[in-house]
Write a protein that binds this ligand. Structure first.
Ligand code: TYD
Ligand code: MG
Length: 468
């Protein structure tokens, strides 16, 4: 059609080409290039510049001295949902754009509707846009979650331009877009959910967010490959990226910040899904240890650090003989590469033969632990299972293990020790160097190791894993 122009764009990496190609020359994905047509005949960027009438973006007057500019801390609005505020770095910052990712059915809409209700009850005007559910469904759910408040507005809408009109007329303090994949702009002809649409919608809402200081929550589904649609394109645009993790069939959900311009990343929030929505879990360590079996070989407790908070988890290992040519290695909730490295350390440095055994590792409760502080626990759990010797129930581990088998100090030993003391543990095993640093002031008895070999010696010589 006259006046329309098009190019082709890779849905995986965003590479653009003037004509169609079967394989993306940039990322190598097959069949990923789709046609992107702009209705105005100009590129989306051109259309955006045209809207403002000047290609130059509006900027704040003059450069200012650092000391002159007020911080954002005092403007943070607490939602009142404890675990959510923690993950956001204190609360909601006006003008911030937050991306909430996760598998379908994990609880994204529930959490954000609860947050919207809590904010609206503080007297803020909230606009919740649902592109997936009808107004009746959302309001029904809102009532059940006790999220109804006088200034919480709902709209079932998928057209970006209409949404922008709603924002202009309502002037809300925050907008929820549920979801980014169902919203599309008239400026592009590609379907909703395509990379170019996702980028266009996020980009135009960002302009509004920053210009009018409106906080925007974008809900995004995770694709089969495990990333958000248009992953990199969105993650660098927004201020905060939070992911909902956990098993849809379990009651516990973990919210993790993977990027946060307003607070620490890697902070996690723990929630329990019930009949009245998501409730904050204030004592996650107690929750993760609740079903720990007594005196079971292969089960150890690890004091891990998630963001700024110490959390105790139960780590389970099961090592069993196999007839398979290639033994199985399964690591649920742990980094697979890291586990492979630790098993190699066990084989090479401690001469523990694992070549004819399947090794299964699991973090109980659905938390995924990505911190090297869990290394010593992995080694202890595998050793305990191999030797079929249980670990003392009131003893826990933390420490990084190097390729030489050396045990290294990890951050924030004191916080981990106080959490152990709070939950009734009497002994912690960690790096020798950490013990020197902790000194005599530790909340519980601390045993120091400089090499994982000392751990094995204890198991083998005593016939029981004791550390006194
Ligand atoms: P939802 O927030 O719709 O997930 P998402 O937006 O991430 O797709 O959550 C859906 C699941 O949560 C669904 O399986 C039902 C469950 N749920 C409860 O158990 N209790 C509740 O109060 C609500 C609202 C949902
Ligand atoms: Mg939803």
């Amino acid at each position: 059609m006259a006046g329309k122009r098009s190019h082709y764009e890779c849905q995986q990496c965003g590479y653009q080409a003037p004509g169609w190609l079967g394989r993306c020359p940039d990322c190598g994905a097959w069949g990923g290039l789709t046609e992107v047509r702009t209705a105005s005949g100009a590129s989306p960027e051109g259309a955006r510049a045209g809207r403002t009438g000047d290609a130059r973006p509006a900027s704040s007057a003059r450069p200012m001295l650092l000391a002159e500019v007020a911080g954002i801390g005092h403007r943070c609005i607490r939602t009142g949902i404890g675990e959510l505020d923690r993950v956001l770095g204190g609360g909601l910052v006006p003008g911030a754009m937050i991306l909430v990712g996760g598998d379908p059915g994990i609880g994204k809409s529930t959490l954000v509707l609860q947050a919207a209700g809590a904010l609206a009850r503080q007297g803020l005007t909230l606009l919740y846009i649902s592109g997936e559910e009808s107004l009746a469904q959302v309001s029904e759910r809102g009532r059940r979650l006790a999220a109804d408040a006088p200034d919480l507005y709902l709209a079932a809408e998928t057209c970006l331009e209409t949404i922008l009109d709603h924002i202009a007329s309502l002037k809300p303090a925050a907008v929820v877009l549920d979801s980014i994949q169902t919203t599309s702009s008239l400026a592009l002809e590609s379907p909703a959910g395509s990379l170019s649409q996702v980028r266009e919608v996020a980009g135009r809402l960002l302009e509004v967010a920053k210009r009018q200081e409106i906080s925007v929550w974008l809900i995004g589904h995770v694709t089969k490959e495990g990333s958000l649609a248009g992953p990199k394109a969105l993650e660098h645009i927004v201020d905060t990226v939070v992911y909902f993790e956990g098993d849809r069939h379990q009651a516990y959900r973990i919210l993790r910040a993977t990027k946060n311009r307003f607070g620490p990343t890697d902070e996690i929030g723990v929630f329990e899904m019930g009949s009245r929505g998501l409730a904050s879990v204030d004592n996650p360590s107690a929750l993760f240890l609740a079903e720990r079996p007594a005196h079971a070989a292969g089960s150890v407790v690890v004091a891990t650090l998630e963001g700024t908070r110490p959390i105790l988890v139960e780590l389970q290992a099961l090592v069993s003989p196999t007839g398979a040519a290639i033994p199985r290695r399964v690591a649920n909730g742990l980094d697979f590469q890291r586990v492979a490295m630790l098993l190699a350390v066990l084989e090479k440095r401690l001469r523990v033969g694992l070549g004819a055994s399947d090794v299964f590792l699991n973090v109980a409760g659905g938390l995924s632990v990505r911190e090297p502080g869990a290394d010593l626990g992995v080694v202890a759990a595998v050793l305990s299972s191999v030797r079929n010797v249980p670990v003392e129930a009131t003893c826990a581990f933390f420490g990084e293990v190097g390729l030489g088998g050396e045990v290294r100090r990890v951050a924030q030993s004191d916080k981990r020790l106080s959490e152990l003391a709070r939950l009734g543990f009497t002994r912690a095993i960690t790096a020798h160097r950490a013990v020197d640093k902790i000194g005599a002031g530790a909340a519980i008895a601390v045993g120091g190791l400089s090499h994982v070999g000392e751990l094995a010696d204890l198991v083998l010589s005593a016939g029981k894993m004791r550390f006194d």
